[in-house]
Design a protein around this ligand. Structure first.
Ligand code: IMP
Ligand code: MG
Length: 178
């Protein structure tokens, strides 16, 4: 059985970084239209908070992806389970993700979306676990770095559960590493 052992990031701390990121993103795009791509399902809570603070003309779209990495290549592959509704050619694209862990998902997805000839692509993630990287990838906007622990809440799940917790908590699973 899994157990929540402590709170790692409180809802108040999250609100502070969401504010900071939204200000930076608003400033960086300087009033230009952006297609904001939320990565289902984990990013939904962060996305809802972030977009309401962006003072930009934006179009909201979603993708759901799963990534594969065999450990021997420098990059992995991504399977698209739900694709975009909009054509992003010539558009600014901002991908919104819950957490960057190995970096495989975002590195692959960014490469895939680049083939569609957007004007630009940036990645924004609520959390980052840089110590777990398997591929060379850095997001453009990060809310908070976290240590190498399994976290749930604020959209992040364990076996589909805990996404609704307002604070981010550390979860320990008995009889396994994660
Ligand atoms: P990556 O391809 O390894 O960077 O995978 C990132 C994905 O793994 C995220 O979108 C999450 O769905 C999941 N993930 C990574 N670390 C955690 C965690 O600590 N809690 C919950 N999900 C996680
Ligand atoms: Mg995810």
């Amino acid at each position: 059985m899994e157990k929540i052992v402590r709170t790692l990031v409180t809802r108040d701390e999250i609100a502070v970084f969401v504010d900071r990121m939204a200000k930076q993103i608003t400033e960086d795009y300087g009033g230009e239209e952006v297609v904001v791509v939320g990565i289902l399902k984990g990013a939904c809570v962060f996305l809802a908070d972030l977009i309401r603070k962006l003072e930009l003309p934006l179009i909201l779209d979603f993708m759901q992806v799963s990534s594969y990495y065999n450990g021997t290549q420098s990059s992995g592959n991504v399977r698209i389970r739900k694709d975009l509704d909009y054509d992003i050619a010539g558009k600014h694209v901002l991908i919104v993700e819950d957490i960057i862990d190995s970096g495989v998902t975002m590195e692959c997805l960014k490469r895939e979306l680049m083939t569609r000839k957007p004007k630009s692509i940036k990645v924004c993630a609520a959390f980052d676990k840089p110590s777990r990287r398997k591929v060379d990838f850095n997001a453009d906007y990060i809310g908070q770095e976290v240590p190498d622990e399994f976290i749930v809440g604020y959209g992040l799940d364990y076996a589909g559960k805990y996404r609704n917790l307002p604070d981010v908590c550390v979860l320990v699973v008995d009889g396994g590493d994660q």
